[in-house]
Write a protein that binds this ligand. Structure first.
Ligand SMILES: [Zn+2]
Length: 101
């Protein structure tokens, strides 16, 4: 028996909407990375370099969330395995960990 609590039905039934939301969310950092690509180097434009670094990290977190959606583990904390509260996922759809982790 799996002792873990089940993921809330709203997360399971709205996978398509979630996927679209995450893909939409992913376009923002990807656009930023593309726009800054020609000057995002520490010796050319440190701000663009830093911004690109942050955007790449966010894009990676969103891709990871899409991967968890495919794997059926979306909505669970990657650290402790507990369900991530719906309010947190609404605020940060690509959240990988629960509030306490
Ligand atoms: Zn956790």
């Amino acid at each position: 028996m799996n002792a873990r609590p089940t993921i809330s039905p709203s997360v399971e039934t709205n996978n398509d909407a979630l996927r679209l939301e995450l893909q939409r969310e992913l376009t923002e950092p990807e656009t930023l990375i593309a726009e800054l690509a020609d000057r995002a180097a520490p010796h050319i434009d440190p701000v663009a370099w830093s911004t690109t670094g942050t955007a790449k990290a966010v894009a990676e977190q969103i891709r990871s969330a899409l991967g968890r959606l495919d794997a059926g583990t979306y909505g669970r904390c990657v650290s402790c395995g507990d369900p991530i509260p719906a309010a947190r996922l609404e605020a940060v759809p690509h959240a990988a960990a629960c509030v306490k982790c």
